[in-house]
Design a protein around this ligand. Sequence first.
Ligand code: NAD
Length: 261
Amino acid sequence: MNARTNALDGKHAVVTGGGSGIGAAIAHALAGAGARVTLIGRDAEKLEAQRQALGTAQPTHCEAADVTRPEAVERAFASATATLGPVDILVNNAGQAQAAPFGKTDLGLWQRMLDVNLTGTFLCTQAALPAMIERGFGRIVNVASTAGQIGYPYVAAYCAAKHGVIGLTRSLALEIATTGVTVNAVCPGYTETPLLQESLDQVIAKTGRTASDARAALQRANPQRRFIEPDEVAHAVLWLLMPESRSITGQSISISGGEVM
Ligand code: NAD
């Protein structure tokens, strides 16, 4: 698909975790298609640098907020709406992945994974959805993971959270199907980002493997034997935002070289 460069003209898109990796690639794609983009994340400096790098003629904005904190989310969406208008598009991308054997998964790790990956998605969706329904249009895309579609060892908490994101996506899509708002999930396999590098560092530290062995071990999960590029995920998100994608809702689209089918 070649997204028309003006396909999102006039739309206000919020991307959480937009300061790096997949979120930054999505923000670039949306700005390139004409959207006014708000980046939400924890690190104000990183967000501002990314906002400037968008290099678009459209107005852009950023809000420093932790998506796990209800009052911070409420404040960020109120300020984003006051600055760039009602939110038409929400990409719930902020997330973290921490590995541990189940026996060493303490309540703190479990709660951190649920808070950022699942509760963050819930809170941002609650903040954006009422205005979408009121205006009869909205697009919500949740960046889940293949870990929301299948199990993996040593990441039970992350997998549980991402499976939860897919459950939320399906239920909400049905509940609001007649409102003009669609809700979908994209499910990347291992994608070349800072988060992947952290996972590789954990593998290297715990197993003593070399960097290239650790990369090869994770790449074996993908039938194409490669990592996904953030732009590939952004491309799928952009497609879901097009007016012609209005019949697609409640879906979990695997972007994984055929790892999940
Ligand atoms: P990343 O670390 O580059 O980006 C994650 C972003 O989320 C960062 O900018 C971070 O600051 C932000 N963030 C984290 N916790 C936050 C919080 N509490 N509040 C606000 N912002 C917060 O990693 P990425 O790989 O680009 O990850 C983006 C999404 O893609 C995540 O949801 C991740 O689970 C998912 N994902 C990544 C991969 C992969 O292999 N990289 C695979 C599947 C899914």
